[in-house]
Design a protein around this ligand. Sequence first.
Ligand SMILES: [Zn+2]
Length: 511
Amino acid sequence: MTSSQLSSAAAKAQALADFINNSPTPYHAVHCAAQQLTKAGFKEIRERDSWSSTLQPGGKYYVTRNGSSIIAFGIGKRWKAGNPISMVGAHTDSCTLRIKPVSKKSSAGFLQVGVETYGGGKWHTWFDRDLSIAGRVMVKDGKGGFSQKLVKVERPILRIPTLAIHLDREKSFEPNTETELFPIAGLVAAELNRTGESGDGKKGDEEATQVKNASDEPFQPLQAATDRHHPYVVQIIAEHAGVGVEDVVDFEMVLYDTQKACIGGINNELIFAARLDNLGMTHSAVEGLITSVESPNALDNDSTIRLISCFDHEEIGSTSAQGAKSNFLPAILRRLSVLPAAQVDSKQARESQDTSTAYEQTLSTSFLVSADMAHSVHPNYAHKYESDHRPEMNKGTVIKINANQRYMSNAPGIVLIQEVARLAKPSSGSTATVGVPLQLFVVRNDSPCGSTIGPMIASSLGTRTIDVGNAQLSMHSIRETAGVYDVERATRLFASFFEHYGDLESKIIID
Ligand SMILES: [Zn+2]
């Protein structure tokens, strides 16, 4: 590789590491994506508003739901109602531990925090890590309303300790997720020292609550946050939200590893990070869309809409108001599908446009690239992989195939993505050759198989879909590994898809 290829790839990988470091939760990931999109000229719109006077061919927009899912799109200047929409879909959530609604615990002189498992994490990897908390806080805004603040505590305040090997001769390590996965937050004695309270004089939790309820304080339907959680934890959250403790009404806080994502390997060819699944593909989706519209006339001759959709809740099955099984994407597609052509295209053309079947026409002409990380071959467990389908890191984006439709890739889709990969431009400032290499993956017949948002969106919309993703190791561990060079390749692949789908769509029609 040339030095410019190296530096361009390294810069893209570092941008992914920064994105991951700034995105410990889906709320942060959506916030970071929105910031990048805004910088690239995308305007924020809201689902609760009418878009009829806002959306214009040639315009770029984004919309969020629950602050944890985001859809962004650029409208081609030659767009007409019922035209195709090229889509890249990914997910913003990752397996984690969430602070329980009542989390205040203490045992054997330790302060502890009750946590709930989210998704199918490799929970043993959460032990002995320097953990902290991040999430969203609902606070009183001082005007009778409530608003959301994002919080990320930087210093490590929690830890889940393993049991010393001398006290544990078990061969396998399968911690009980209810009784053995409780983080410690410090020592009771240190907390009493901080607050100046004496251990003896302090009332037990239940007793203290009863005393409080019996007092003259105004009625509260729920116990205050400071009664349900360790008060100092709430105080730290309030400080980071920039509000007083009394203004914290509720929060959704999760744990994250404070060790930052970094570039590793003896030749700096690997990325070591949390949440590569699926911030890796979320990042490439956002960057790919931005790259595809960055030149001022990028949308001039485009008759499609270029769209990315990054959903929360994939790791728990996508059934929520903002997950891939919700109406978020269908509702946006419906509103876009009937969008009239630009006024320059004569009044007559505008009036003659039949929008009664525009939604169905758009669905049948559109295409979804479902982007979720794939499994790299593992050198110590190579026998677990099908012998002819072992994706390698830094060898290009992986097409995921499964006869039982756990993945949506099929022959016409593979034809399309190959054309897209062939046409992919080098990144600006790089002397890389045109094109992005691709790899194929199927699981062994005697192996379980993952799935993605691909089948659920394809089955509800009937839209053509392919499943792709970059190769990584240790999926669902607290610390995963991926390849540096694959980052910019996926970004270029998605940019090429957006740039060329309008031309390619009519060339691969299977009715
Ligand atoms: Zn995933």
